[in-house]
Write a protein that binds this ligand. Structure first.
Ligand SMILES: [Zn+2]
Length: 390
């Protein structure tokens, strides 16, 4: 039995509406995955993620963070990440490659893997394709990512090529190690008692920075190894936005049509809609949660900074066209007051609304693709975003 099944049910230009079936449920795509870095989607309870308000079908966990703290023994003893955190829906884990790469000068990359100092206790740690696959099997996530290396957005052709070839060799090693872990039964997420069937799925990652020729080679290398799904990595790491969209436009339509396409770590609501228009199915990003904690709301009329004095007596909701529980109950004036007073509920309520807005945007995207109105949706969505003038 396949680890996942994916069916494209409607297409409008390059935009696809499909159904991704994992062992833990059916996910309609295009989909946004809230980021649960250290086993929590920051500032929001799992009940809220599951509520009709948000109805998140899949969230992301970070291998790097969970490996360092609380550590794999703790998560294994709970019977895997789903049981440890109390989440029964689908989970995707990243490989730790990006987090380790982001450490910059604090890490040392070799053919074998990456050596770095833990940000938690300063200990020397080593992450490789084999270790990442071992950790992700112990986490028992439903979708596992290969261990990759990311080249900086402005990297030269030579530097990017070296990094891309290393990623290809690591992808091959990831696949071998993944298959071995599956055959050993190391996947803690596979529970007969829960009536689950199927193994973990493994996604490959296309690298190559802003060099389109290298991106094409990386895609070919990745497809030749063969994965359940394919991701575009190494974008939104400091390159110009026009470069990011050029890469997506060039690569996404060339990715296997029968497999889900995942754009890693991107982006704003506008970025999501624009990437869907270029053929992407899955997204994750910290923006709705992180910006919620720093007082910034995403709305259908653009960004809104709750700290601004102009909202002091404003009785309107954050977003007049949002139906989330925060917008139904609270005014900008109240949200500004509790945020400025340092009440923890301020960040929680903004996070809730932001996630509702991202997830609702994707709901609108899916409906419009299915009804053949995606170009209209895209034009009206983008047109409204400038309305707040922020
Ligand atoms: Zn709202």
């Amino acid at each position: 039995m396949d680890a996942i099944r994916f069916t494209v049910e409607a297409q409008d230009g390059e935009a696809r509406a499909g159904v991704l079936t994992t062992r833990r449920g059916v996910i309609e795509t295009p989909v946004f995955m809230p980021v649960g870095t250290a086993g929590t989607v920051k500032g929001i309870r799992f009940e809220a993620l599951e509520s009709d308000d948000l109805n998140a079908q899949i969230i992301l966990g970070n291998t790097y963070h969970l490996w360092l703290r609380p550590g794999i023994d703790v998560i294994k003893s709970a019977g895997g990440l789903h049981r440890f955190i109390g989440w029964d829906r689908a989970l995707l884990t990243d490989s730790g490659g990006f987090q380790v790469w982001s450490l910059g000068a604090l890490r040392k990359i070799s053919e074998e893997g990456t050596e770095f100092r833990s940000h938690v206790d300063g200990s020397l740690r080593f992450l490789s394709p084999e270790v990442s696959m071992e950790v992700q099997a112990a986490l028992g996530s439903d979708i596992v990512m290969v261990f990759d290396e990311c080249a900086p957005g402005e990297a030269s052709q030579e530097e990017t090529e070296r990094s891309m070839n290393l990623t290809a060799r690591w992808a091959k090693r990831s696949k071998v190690a993944f298959d071995r872990r599956q055959s050993e039964g190391a996947d803690t997420g596979h529970r007969e008692v829960e009536g689950l069937s199927g193994s973990q799925a493994l996604f490959g990652i296309v690298q190559g920075a802003g060099h389109l020729d290298l991106r094409r080679i990386s895609l070919e290398q990745t497809v030749n190894i063969g994965f359940d799904g394919y991701a575009i990595g190494g974008l939104s790491v400091g390159e110009e936005k026009s470069v990011m969209f050029e890469v997506i436009e060039h690569i996404a339509p060339r990715m296997p049509k029968a497999a889900p396409r995942y754009l890693m770590g991107v982006g704003t609501p506008e970025d999501l809609v624009e990437a869907v228009a270029r053929g992407i199915d899955l997204f994750d990003c910290v923006l709705p949660t992180r910006n919620g904690r720093t007082g910034q709301a995403f709305t259908s009329r653009g960004k809104l900074n709750i700290k601004n004095a102009q909202w002091t007596k404003d009785q309107r909701p954050l977003d007049e066209s949002c139906r989330c529980s925060v917008c139904r109950r609270h005014s900008r004036a109240y949200l500004r007051h509790i945020y400025m007073a340092g009440e923890m509920l301020g960040g929680i309520l903004l996070t809730h609304h932001n996630l509702a807005f991202f997830l609702d945007t994707m709901r609108g995207v899916r409906q419009s693709i299915r009804s053949g109105d995606f170009p209209t949706f895209r034009r009206e969505f983008t047109g409204r975003l400038g309305a707040n003038g922020e």
